[in-house]
Design a protein around this ligand. Structure first.
Ligand SMILES: *Cc1c(COP(=O)(O)O)cnc(C)c1O
Length: 398
């Protein structure tokens, strides 16, 4: 309570009014928010001890805070990894991992169906840093193997791709990487550790966009990478040097979502299966892509790799193309047209107008995306209301 120190003048007491105060004898039940950019040390010896990791503690927010550290240990534990590093966004985490593994003159191989931001990093940014990249169909193990070179330093794949929901054969991709000594980085954003834990399947690093299922409330942003301690510390250096650190508040916000992750993913999965079955019976719908449907090409693989469900993401195409999509979106009431995913409420996105905007017809065709395709992120509402809203919108689209 040093702002009340009697001998200090008013200006001094006011200046110190925001200084940290303890909570008292009892500990707070939930992790408090430490919205402080810097920590005050008692001595040079103490600052030495914290820098040298002889004592627990934090120095300056860009190097980590109690909130980012709490989030890192929770997600590392959920993914079964030794360590984790948080970043300002999913892209911040992916960039840090790639730059920790590869530098000028090196080569990186990735799935051509990777998330749009990852695609942009690989095709627009890394080549400018002297890093060669190759995009392949991760479904085609022979093509992946053929793309690997002596200077390949990382293989980037996803458990479920966006928007066509291809299922990554993580055990075989990891085995391929291991045989060549190439670290395999898996984006587990769409599936979460509740459905699949890539590190258990042989992957080296797992990455997430925290703004999706891990947070689940669309109110906190961030990214995280999980893996062996040495590799994660190398990625942490990139986060610190390139300045993509996660702020305490967003780390804390995501931390509010984690306790309900297992419950939410189960509810998302149950609802999504019902919605996918409903959509596949509708005459206006051309195809439905959901790994939980036996008609999905990755169904058998997903059934083997995932436990407890197939996730909340469903893609489907309206036979009427863009005009039908416009009417459909206008006809929705409950479901929000919002180009993200994993909120507790149902949202829908139109890839050719949002995440895959501006790509050529040939690129879209190679990605199996058509102009009638919509991507639904099925929420945890009462599924009867979701189905009813989709049914109403389908009527306006036909
Ligand atoms: C959203 C997303 C990202 C990127 O995360 P940001 O937090 O937006 O940077 C990466 N991979 C997948 C699969 C995503 O859905």
């Amino acid at each position: 309570m040093d702002h009340t120190h009697r001998s200090w003048r008013l200006g001094t007491r006011l200046a110190r009014a925001g200084r940290a105060q303890g909570a008292g004898a009892a500990e707070p039940l939930v992790q408090p928010l430490y919205q402080s950019t810097v920590f005050a040390f008692e001595s040079v010896a103490q600052v030495d001890a914290v820098y040298d990791r002889q004592a627990a503690g934090h120095v300056y927010y860009r190097m980590g805070t109690p909130n980012t550290a709490a989030l890192e240990s929770a997600v590392a534990s959920a993914e079964g990894g030794e360590a984790a590093v948080a970043a300002a966004s999913g892209m911040g985490a992916i960039t840090a991992v790639v730059l920790a593994l590869a530098g000028q003159g090196d080569h990186v191989v990735a799935d051509r169906h990777a998330y749009g931001g990852t695609f942009g990093l690989l095709t627009q940014e890394l080549p400018r840093l002297g890093l060669d990249t190759a995009l392949v169909d991760a479904d085609d193990l022979t093509a992946v193997e053929a793309a690997l070179r002596p200077n390949t330093r990382a293989l980037l794949v996803e458990t479920l791709t966006n928007p066509t929901l291809r299922v990554g054969d993580i055990p075989r991709l990891a085995a391929l990487g291991r045989a060549r000594g190439i670290p395999v980085v898996v984006d587990n954003t769409f599936t979460t550790p509740v459905l699949v834990r890539p590190l258990d399947l042989g992957a080296d690093v797992v990455v997430h966009s925290l703004a999706k299922y891990l947070g689940g409330h669309s109110a906190g942003m961030g990214g995280i990478a999980v893996g062996r301690a040495a590799l994660i510390e190398a990625a942490r250096s990139k986060v610190v040097h390139f300045g993509s650190s996660l702020g305490s508040f967003d780390a804390w916000m995501v931390g509010q979502g984690l306790p309900t992750l297992a419950l939410r993913v189960r509810a998302h999965s149950q609802n999504a299966l019902i919605v996918a079955r409903f959509l596949s019976e509708q005459p206006a719908v051309g195809r439905v892509l959901y790994p939980g449907l036996p008609s999905h090409p990755g169904h058998a693989l997903a059934s083997r790799l995932f436990s407890g469900g197939f996730g909340g993401m469903v893609a489907f195409s309206l036979k009427g193309g863009r005009p039908a999509v416009e009417c459909f979106v206008n006809g929705l009431d409950l479901v929000a047209f919002a180009p993200s995913l994993a909120d507790v409420t149902t949202t829908i996105s139109y890839p050719v107008a949002t995440s895959h905007r501006g790509l050529s017809a040939a690129t879209l065709a190679a990605m199996d995306i058509d102009d009638g395709m919509l991507r639904l992120s099925v929420g945890i509402e009462d599924v009867g209301d979701i189905v009813a809203d989709l049914a109403t919108a389908l009527k306006s689209a036909t």
